[in-house]
Design a protein around this ligand. Sequence first.
Ligand SMILES: [Zn+2]
Length: 423
Amino acid sequence: MVLIVMDTFRPDHLSLNGYERRTAPFLEGLMERSTVFTQAFSTSSWTAPATSSLVTGLYPMRHGVTEGFLAHRRRSATLEDLVGETMALNRLPGDQETLAELLRGHGYATFGLASNINIGSEIGFDRGFDRFAKLIGTPAKGVSAEGLAEKLSEWREQIVNARPYFLYLHFNDVHKPYEPRTPWFEEDRADGGEPHSSDVAAYDSEIGYLDSVLSKLYADYEWGRETLLVIVSDHGEEFGDHGQYGHLFSLYDELVRVLFVISGETLGIPARRIGVQASLIDVMPTVVDLVGLEPPLNRDGQSLAGLLAAQSSRPPNGVFERRTLFAHRVRRRPQENTEEHLWSAMRMPWKLVIPPRGRPRLYNLESDAGELTDVSEVNVDIAAGLTAELLEFQATTRGKGERIDVEIDEATLEALKALGYVE
Ligand SMILES: [Zn+2]
């Protein structure tokens, strides 16, 4: 079983989904032979909480990892003053088995490689792995996909001889800072006059680069043969869609819509596009179910495996339509010892966004995919219903994240600056 995370990847940057560039020919070819959840959402808009949801099947309020590697700029101080100070992080709760722990407990040899600074032992992402490495080199955004592939090749013998194995690969290539990648970078189109069009072209070229490495790995390790392969993104990226760049304090769809592909032709995974709403919390229960194990109890996510087997793309009991999905983002202000929470509650086609201050806004994702028109005043009952569900969720969901302190050294600070992980 192989789980691949394409950090920061926006699925609407695929020509399959109407994008003007053909960014990822390998991935698109694979998607045509795979099950694709076309309405898949993250639980937050950045790496630490979203990936924690991916590997635990829990919402951020329950796994508690809302604080990761992120430098808080202090008023009247430079960022460099932070060197030597400590940063408080959350860790995955020890009493909740991760996907790697669960699979290892059932005889899987487990391997993990990551190039995002958050995906390491500090937050507990190495738990359950026989071999795990976080590769943060130069540039600070983490080693490239080829660097990860090279490290993987050192483990190759062990991996291909292990029956069964679980491999987790977390690629940070598409994350800031975007590097114009040859031959994928289209310079002539990067100067299109639109603000940040060269950023978008470089971002797209990183997708092309990563896609080419995935294609090689897929062939080299024969993942097309009897391997369950799941590819997701942890969150998206904003290019001024709602006035910001990167993945900051926002929960609009450019940040929370994610890729969710399940592939396994020879295992009977059908080629199908499924439009029921799915979430990163469903990945862990679904994977466990598909490999023939009992999905763990008390997770927020649900196994989607039944949808893959069903003739219809609609589940028989409609449970996924009735379900409301939540997303959350916190912004801390350590100097003032305060924090602000941003929430969303979504049940297709409706999405309610509740900012820390001001009125909640309601969007109809079917008629207004860009989330530009607040329709809360003409859909009062729907807004009230989603608000009530969110309040119920908040009242019944308690986080158990553990806190640890990590010292900030110069290398860490450089990495955080390069990644844009500064508030
Ligand atoms: Zn990320």
